[in-house]
Design a protein around this ligand. Structure first.
Ligand SMILES: NC(=O)c1ccc[n+]([C@@H]2O[C@H](COP(=O)([O-])OP(=O)(O)OC[C@H]3O[C@@H](n4cnc5c(N)ncnc54)[C@H](O)[C@@H]3O)[C@@H](O)[C@H]2O)c1
Length: 714
């Protein structure tokens, strides 16, 4: 044994070949601070041991190294710039020392070598893997970029163009793709990895492989002439800027880093990387994106606990085969949980099956599934008009029309058809769960399970605990949502639950802006381009359906009259009265037609402006910042109230629900992250400027106090 540390060890195998084996304490290997320290000691031991003729890096786990320890990031990013730079320099010194060892080096990759794990293997002369290898540099997805030499070594190994693609997309690359570009030197069967590694190292030692030449190229400037470089970097910059957009600086910074360091040798190039890494780590965008990752981990952890505490769902029933019911049955079946899909209408069932078929065929075309899987999934959805097929069902999701009477009747009916320990959940978007629970004999086995449209694509499921819902029920439904591949967030009951409760104040803010003379097209543009929502409010209402929005607005007004009742008609009412229901019937705020590919195309419609005159009382012109403030303050205040009232459990869950359920701009991280970034005192001062607009613009006393105390949410 040459070295033994907490997370790794080094020993001599045969013929002077040493093995450095990563074996972290948990289920996976991470490059956390402790492991880096250990690695540094191991390298010192290697440098001081005589007789070593080759080194291979391996892992005792199924994966090589999954990456840096992201839970350490936010604390690291808070360090003063110089200290953060020092930390990077120290880590880089370790990888440089591995690269400079006086004998050939090689990494053996099974499973993930991502982020820091990928940068670690780039420091060795050779890399071989088996078919399970997945290699990549996903840092830009977190708003940062590689900081352990990835932007330096990767382009020198596989060329600037390939490296820029890997780094700016953050993609994970399969073994074959890694072999094709030259990140892997060979892909062999798993049981031959060890022998192949030893043979390659022996060949290198024997001078049959030019390992010194390989190493020298990795440490030299990039081999691009001026013209090539100009073409390559300018094209990349154009493409990356267009794709990432102005709100995500990391990918373009990575390209500029590679460009700026192109003519430099390793050590100077690493300094360029270090500077730019520090700059990115200090941006609110990095904090927001890392925050989302951590919030996601938090939710996943909760779901895992729930799954341990509750029996897994074996067979589900979905009531209603409409847009939502069809989507829920499909999603359940795709994830291996068979679903009976019941409706009262034959055509609805046919449509539901048809939609599932279409989605599966798309996956088949993309090569994601094969024909066998397609038939298997389709045959695990059982369409039916009767309750007969419900034996053995342990989970029911009700997704019939949004009508309290019909829902109550259907829920009472189905309860008599399933076993006593089956759980029933409703996908209602507005009706309080405790109200629906009244029609049930076993309200403790009932809760809300609010999916978002389209079900197969939207990651959030809001799980609503009614007054009588038991913990067992919540655990079972959380586990079912997670098994469906969704992110479950548990909330308490109130009109609109969490997501719709905070969305409608935003729409009321929109109505008030229109009344005061704003142009809805301008509002949409600002909220999309400047704030970063995927759709502005008018377009979103058109997509959701003006009739749906109109109905939900009324429910919210009844539920929260002090804040959400309206003095008179607003823009949504105007559209509703004219039966301009939005995209579904071709006209809403915008007019819709089909483009050549049959996709809906939206255009501003002069008629909308005329109709809206009925509710416009002002003629103000609005600056971008005012539009954003007037739209966002009502939502932000409502989100804060939901936390104060315990509707949502934590800032982390609130922010994740906003990003995953509504598409809140990820680079802002969610409402609480956004407030922390703005500073609570600045936010309160801003909101106070708009307080005259009504109760939705009043900051809660709790938030005011937090601001006065200089507190933050995270
Ligand atoms: N569409 C959305 O964006 C969305 C999003 C979240 C939640 N929801 C909620 O999901 C539920 C369903 O909405 P949808 O958009 O899928 O509606 P939909 O109109 O597309 O489908 C409703 C289906 O229920 C069927 N149905 C009616 N009575 C029934 C009964 N007694 N037994 C069985 N089936 C019956 C209808 O035939 C129809 O096929 C509603 O509660 C809605 O509020 C909808």
């Amino acid at each position: 044994m040459i070295y033994q540390g907490e997370a790794l060890s080094v020993q001599l195998l045969q013929d002077g070949i040493a093995e450095l084996r990563f074996d972290g304490a948990g289920a996976i290997n991470k490059l956390d601070r402790a492991t880096l320290l250990s690695l540094e000691q191991a390298v010192t031991a290697l440098e001081q041991t005589s007789g070593i003729r080759g080194l291979m890096l391996t892992s005792a786990k199924d994966a090589f190294i999954v990456g840096a320890d992201i839970t350490e990031f936010l604390e690291l990013f808070e360090l003063p710039e110089a200290e953060l730079g020092d930390w990077l320099a120290k880590a880089n010194a370790i990888f440089n020392r591995i690269e400079d060892l006086p004998f050939p080096t090689l990494s053996v990759v099974r499973g993930y070598a991502l982020g820091g794990g990928c940068e670690c293997i780039l420091a060795t002369d050779y890399r071989i893997g088996d078919a399970s290898a997945r290699i990549g540099l996903p840092e830009t997805k977190l708003g940062i970029m590689p900081g352990f030499g990835g932007t330096v070594r990767l382009p020198r190994l596989i060329g600037a163009d390939n490296a820029m693609e890997w780094i700016t997309t953050g993609q994970e690359n399969k073994a074959e793709a890694c072999l094709a570009v030259g990140v892997l030197d060979a892909v062999v069967d798993s049981d031959k990895l060890q022998t192949a590694a030893i043979r390659l190292l022996q060949d290198a030692t024997a001078g049959k492989q030019d390992w010194q030449g390989k190493r020298a190229r990795k440490c030299a400037p990039l081999t691009l002439d001026k013209l090539e470089a100009m073409m390559s970097f300018n094209t990349a910059k154009g493409m990356v800027a267009a794709k990432a957009g102005p709100h995500y600086p990391a990918p373009i910074t990575a390209v500029k880093t590679i460009e700026a360091a192109a003519a430099l040798g390793r050590d100077a190039a690493l300094l360029v990387e270090q500077d730019n890494f520090v700059k990115l780590a200090k941006t609110p965008v990095a904090r927001a994106l890392v925050g989302i990752f951590l919030n996601d981990q938090f939710i996943k952890g909760k779901a895992k606990k729930a799954a341990k505490a509750a029996p897994a769902t074996r067979k589900a029933a979905v009531l209603g085969a409409g847009i939502m019911g069809g989507g829920i049955a499909y999603q359940s079946a795709v994830k291996g949980i068979p679903a009976v899909m019941k409706d009262i209408n034959d055509q609805a069932l046919a449509l539901g099956m048809n939609e599932a078929g279409k989605l599966l065929n798309k996956q088949l075309e993309r090569g994601k599934i094969d024909g066998f899987k397609l038939t298997q999934v389709l045959s695990s959805i059982t369409p039916t008009l009767s309750y007969d097929g419900l034996q053995g069902v342990d989970m029911v999701v009700e997704a019939v029309v949004e009508n309290p009477k019909i829902k109550s009747q259907v829920l009472a009916e189905v309860e008599t058809k399933v076993s006593e320990d089956a759980v029933i959940a409703s996908n209602t978007s507005t009706i309080p769960i405790s109200t629906l629970a009244r029609s049930l004999q076993r309200p403790e086995r009932f809760c809300g399970m609010h999916f978002f449209n389209p079900v197969h694509r939207m990651p959030l499921v809001e799980i609503i605990r009614g007054e009588q819902t038991s913990d067992d029920t919540i655990n079972k439904v959380v586990a079912y949502a997670a098994a469906m591949g969704k992110s479950p967030v548990v909330v308490n009951d109130c009109p609109g639950f969490f997501v719709n409760r905070v969305l409608f104040p935003y729409f009321f803010g929109f109505g008030k802006l229109i009344a005061d003379g704003a142009d809805f097209v301008q509002v949409d543009k600002v909220m999309e381009k400047v704030f970063g929502w995927p759709m502005g409010p008018a377009y979103l209402l058109d997509v959701v359906g003006i009739d749906t929005g109109h109905h939900a607005a009324a429910v919210m007004a009844e539920g929260f009259p002090a804040r959400m009742s309206k003095a008179g008609k607003d823009a949504i009412d105007v559209m509703y009265e004219q039966q301009r229901f939005g995209q579904k019937n071709g006209k809403g705020f915008y007019a819709y037609s089909q483009d050549k590919k049959g996709k809906p195309k939206k255009e501003a419609d002069p008629q909308s402006y005329q109709l809206l005159q009925a509710v416009v009382t002002g003629q103000a012109e609005f600056a971008q910042d005012d539009i954003i403030a007037r739209m966002m303050i009502p939502m932000i205040n409502e989100v804060v109230l939901c936390l104060e009232e315990g509707i949502i459990g934590s800032p982390a869950e609130a922010d994740l629900a906003l990003v995953y359920g509504l598409g809140f701009p990820p680079f802002r991280g969610g409402v609480f992250r956004y407030l922390d970034t703005l500073g609570l005192a600045s936010y309160v001062a801003l909101a106070d400027k708009f307080a005259h607009l009504g109760p939705l613009y009043q900051v809660s006393p709790g938030l005011r106090q937090m601001a006065a105390d200089g507190k933050t949410f995270y």
